[in-house]
Write a new protein. Sequence first.
Length: 180
Amino acid sequence: MTALEKQRDLFPALPAGSGDVPEVVVVNQRVQLRTREGHRLVVAAGVVLSQYAIGDRMAEAHAIVLLVEQAWAEQVKVAKAFGCSARTVRRYQERFESGGLAALGRGSGYPRGQSRTSGSRVRLVNRWHAEGKSNRQIAVRLGVSEKAVRKLLRRLGWRKVERPAGPSRISRARPSVPGQ
């Protein structure tokens, strides 16, 4: 029997005709999470601490921070109840402390689903690569690093081609200039 099934046995179902039965997760003796019809209540000592829609990540992160910061529950128990790691709880706390509620709105990194490069740049890189230009030549023309070009080509589906072994380059010593 799972912990959730054990917890459901502790709380009786609502009277008949009252809609669907809410899912209740006990964080500790004072805190419960009640989920019903796409919404969640965070109840601490019988008082609603937070209420939000299930998909609202910012509100959920804020509820997590409130529970820990106001000493209603420990980080590990809150993390387990919300289905995340204790590190995530600490990260939310750090973000909230440094940037307030707005900092909880979006994670760090580049937003998913948004193109990192313009269509014209992608077409240029594709054309120049197909013409046989090296990554370094393309990078110089665009004013970006060679690594940026390599990553873009990989993202576009180009794979590194093994070149046939040819004569190796021999570096020549520069002729000495008198007076240096």
